[in-house]
Design a binder for this molecule. Structure first.
Ligand SMILES: *Cc1c(COP(=O)(O)O)cnc(C)c1O
Length: 385
């Protein structure tokens, strides 16, 4: 038995607010009945505002990984080359998936400390005179490294060499936390999920689909069934889905969209930026390093912190969980046990941030890790300044 509330400060799933929990605590309705149509039509329309798009938003009862697969299988033919960029573990997993599905990823190597390099992408596209590359796939906010890439710069690079590839972007840990502009940045397929910035439990994922991506769907996409965008088209127009949707999560989504609207998206982004900044102030005061080396690419939804002198991040995380009942994100793959990640996204406020940072600082004290005390005080100063 642990008294008080658990601190779920992994970078997704995030804390689900009471309002959303209550909204989901309802009987499931007939997903082919008239009441459902109203829910479905409202959601499919209002989702567009969060994506900043006029395009269709396809909604799946699936984790984010499903929406990755949907993006690929709907637009590409077997053997198609896809340009992907290693910003961390999530970019790597998407690349592995492309390989498994029979596509041919051209994986541009990164160092897990920097975001996408638009100039390097431009050089690759320039060299592709035959237009073998059918899609450029990048992760907006790589949750393993806490790096946010400049998507507008990737778009400009593609435009500068007039390359016709589709631009597909994973926004699973940025949508609803960090500004993302689908239409302005000419993103053909956006991949998103429910359990991060949208504050919902896991189980929904999304593709926002441009006209150009629909054309690829009709002409290139090959073997797909569950993920087939085409089967969504006519049911969605009437507010329905081709198979049973995750009705309960959709009630929650209705509430989440209302909450984002009430706060205002710009205020949501500013809140995340402020909490991220205060977190970075604390980390720097502790004398620890932030994994993202370029200050302009440091994520506003999470911070990946490098452990000093090869001291284990997992031992620190264990102490923090055991002693203070707080879950922090683990280091993945290349940075396993080398970093821990502080999630500061979703339903979050100043005191939740201070509780989180206090838990980290107390854990540092208990674990014997080399650090400077006082990061919490510096973060408090930052928040009240
Ligand atoms: C969480 C996450 C995923 C994976 O989503 P699942 O819901 O776990 O399938 C993919 N990409 C990014 C950037 C993520 O943060």
């Amino acid at each position: 038995m642990r008294s008080g509330r658990h601190f779920l400060q992994i970078p997704g799933p995030t804390n689900t607010p009471e309002r959303i929990l209550r909204a989901m605590h309802r009987s499931v309705i007939d997903h082919r009945g008239p009441e459902f149509a109203e829910l479905g039509q409202g959601l499919l329309k209002d989702l567009k505002r969060v994506f900043k798009t006029q395009n269709d938003v396809i909604t799946y009862p699936a984790s984010g990984t499903g929406a990755w697969e949907a993006a690929l299988v709907n637009t590409l033919a077997p053997g198609d080359t896809v340009l992907m960029y290693e910003t961390g573990q999530f970019a790597t997993l998407w690349k592995n998936m492309a390989t498994k599905l029979g596509f041919d990823p051209l994986f541009m190597q990164g160092d897990w400390r920097n975001g996408t390099n638009a100039e390097a992408i431009a050089a690759q596209l320039q060299a592709d005179a035959q237009h073998q590359i059918k899609a450029v796939c990048v992760v907006h906010n790589d949750t393993s490294t806490g790096i946010t890439s400049n998507i507008a710069a990737v778009r400009s690079a593609m435009d500068a060499c007039q390359h016709p590839a589709l631009l597909m972007v994973d926004t699973i840990s940025s949508l609803g936390s960090i500004d993302f502009r689908t239409d302005e940045w000419g993103v053909d397929v956006v991949v998103a999920g429910s359990q991060k910035g949208l504050m919902l439990p896991p189980g929904l994922s999304f593709n926002a689909v441009s006209q150009k991506a629909w054309e690829a769907c009709n002409t290139r996409g090959d073997r797909r069934s569950y993920w087939d965008w085409r089967d969504m088209k006519s049911p969605n127009e009437a507010g329905y889905f081709p198979y049973t949707p995750a009705t309960t999560l959709l009630y929650g989504l209705r509430e989440a969209l209302d909450m984002l609207e009430e706060e205002g998206l710009d205020n949501v982004f500013a809140r995340h930026a402020r909490h991220a900044e205060a977190t970075r102030v604390a980390v720097e005061a502790w004398g620890l390093e932030i994994l993202a080396s370029n200050p302009d690419e440091r994520s506003n939804s999470l911070t990946a912190v490098v452990m000093p002198d090869n001291q284990g991040a997992d031992a620190l995380r264990k102490i923090i969980l055991d002693e203070f009942d707080m879950s922090l994100g683990t280091g993945l793959n290349n940075v396993a046990d080398r970093v821990f990640r502080i999630g500061h996204l979703g339903d979050f406020n100043d005191l939740m941030l201070m509780g989180t940072l206090a838990g980290v600082e107390m854990g540092l004290a208990k674990s014997g890790v080399t650090y400077q005390p006082g990061g919490v005080q510096m973060a408090m100063n930052h928040l009240v300044s």
